[in-house]
Design a protein around this ligand. Structure first.
Ligand code: CAA
Length: 407
């Protein structure tokens, strides 16, 4: 049987964060609303010398290093982002240059809100399955800075980060049989960013409703593809990772999952089932969303990194359901079959170490960095030097002849 999936994972988290308590104080909002209502504690803040390109390259450089992969071995490089830096030139080309990936490589950028990374992974898996005899490798990167309007309801759900995955045959981390994936898409305006807008326009409550409808439909499609009757899917899943703009969204999603999949149970039994399965199957994937915020395309894959970090070897051999959602909207529910012998892969992510190394910024610093427009000079060597960071290998230094420059 053809076995294709993800061999390894790397994550890049910026070195700065804003505590939600500080944001709440500045906005005159009770801190419990962010901590308990939305369920987020810190949001990653991207300094002016980083962007979607540097985060992608920083994650992918770690991945190549930890797997000992020669950049020339990558035959497909897909970067998924909704924080692109150019209408034409893909982020993937910048990453190719920075990582010295060879020319016999198909390179492109995918955009479909937060769902784009899943499209990149699924198409890479299918391409490798088609080339099974040739040992192709694909590098799939999700990179985003999630920004909302100052003072808007979305502001506390901001974040930034990148996740890189190595997709190949006989994978070491997890397998995916894409033939059973459950799919749902629909033309809606729940969250969008017209060309030229710096921050999205959001119909927040409607976006939650669209997410839940897409999840119910994608789960139902998956169930019928694998031939599991309604009410029996939960017992086949050891963990579930939901796309997570804030951890409260995973709560809403899981409640909806239990309510719609277990319609035969009474309200009390459903509540018990929800409480027990949320703690055991969903909670272990929440670390990143709580500590970093939304990273759009990478969010559900930061959930995978969180699950690995939290559960360590308990995840070996387990079945993980993944729900990926992108506004607009597109969604997919699929199953990951985890491999065994994962400790090196998990230690090599250095996820907790990245979270622990971070420095809090003040509310004023956050406003200053997020107010500057892209046209201003962003690079201050002394500032960058003062914040040297072992995980940040690449830096954006501004424009020359309208060309973005990186070191
Ligand atoms: N103490 C504890 N909890 C409190 C509280 C307090 N003092 N005050 C309010 N809360 C709770 C509320 O009860 C509510 O909880 P429930 O949802 O469980 O009822 C929660 O805090 C949020 O409060 P509001 O209902 O007042 O909602 P809001 O105005 O803060 O908006 C939001 C919430 C719509 C999600 C907003 O953050 C938003 O627009 N976010 C961006 C869009 C988004 O993330 N949508 C998710 C689906 S779309 C998607 O997933 C794609 C993507 O990545 C963007």
């Amino acid at each position: 049987m053809i076995d294709v999936g993800v061999s390894d994972i790397a994550i890049y988290i910026p070195q700065f964060y804003l505590p939600h308590d500080e944001l709440a104080e500045a906005r005159g909002i009770p801190p419990e609303k962010f901590r308990e209502g939305l369920g987020n504690h810190k949001m990653a803040i991207l300094p002016n010398w980083e962007d979607s390109v540097t985060m992608a390259a920083n994650a992918a450089a770690q991945l190549l290093e930890k797997t000992g992969t020669n950049p020339q071995e990558i035959h497909q490089l897909v970067v998924s982002t909704e924080s692109g830096v150019d209408h034409s030139k893909p982020v993937a080309s910048f990453v190719q240059g920075l990582l010295k990936i060879g020319s016999r490589c198909r390179i492109y950028e995918i955009k479909h809100a937060c769902y784009g990374g899943t499209a990149g992974i699924v198409t890479s898996i299918d391409w490798i399955a088609r080339n099974y005899g040739n040992s192709k490798k694909a590098l799939v990167i999700m990179t985003d800075v999630a920004r909302y309007g100052f003072g808007s309801p979305g502001e506390p759900t901001q974040g930034a980060g990148a996740v890189a995955l190595l997709v190949e045959k006989n994978p070491r981390l997890l397998s995916v049989d894409t033939r059973t994936n459950g799919i749902f898409s629909k033309d809606v305006f729940d969250f969008w960013r017209p060309t030229g807008h710096r921050v999205p326009i959001v119909d927040g409550k409607y976006s939650v409703a669209c997410y839940l409808e897409a999840m119910e439909e994608a789960v139902s499609h998956f169930r019928s593809n694998v031939g599991i009757p309604r009410g029996r899917l939960l017992e086949h899943l050891d963990y579930i990772l939901y796309h997570m703009p804030f951890t409260g969204m995973a709560r809403k999603a899981h409640r909806h999952f239990v309510d719609t999949e277990h319609v035969d149970l009474g309200a009390e039994a459903r509540q018990d089932l929800y409480t027990e399965t949320f703690r055991a199957k969903v909670e272990p994937g929440l670390l990143g969303a709580r500590e970093v915020g939304n990273i759009y395309t990478g969010s559900v894959y930061m959930g995978l990194a969180s699950l690995l970090e939290t559960e360590q070897d308990r995840v070996e051999g387990k079945r993980v359901g993944v729900f990926s959602y992108g506004s607009g909207c597109g969604a997919e529910f699929f199953l990951c079959q985890m491999k065994t012998g994962l400790s090196e892969i998990i230690q090599g992510m250095r996820f907790q170490e990245q979270l622990d190394r971070r420095k809090a910024v003040t509310f004023e610093q956050y406003v200053q960095w997020y107010s500057r427009s892209g046209a201003e000079t962003l690079y201050h060597p002394a500032e960058v030097e003062a914040h040297k960071d072992p995980f940040t290998q690449f830096t954006f230094i501004g424009f020359k002849d309208h060309k973005r420059q990186y070191v």
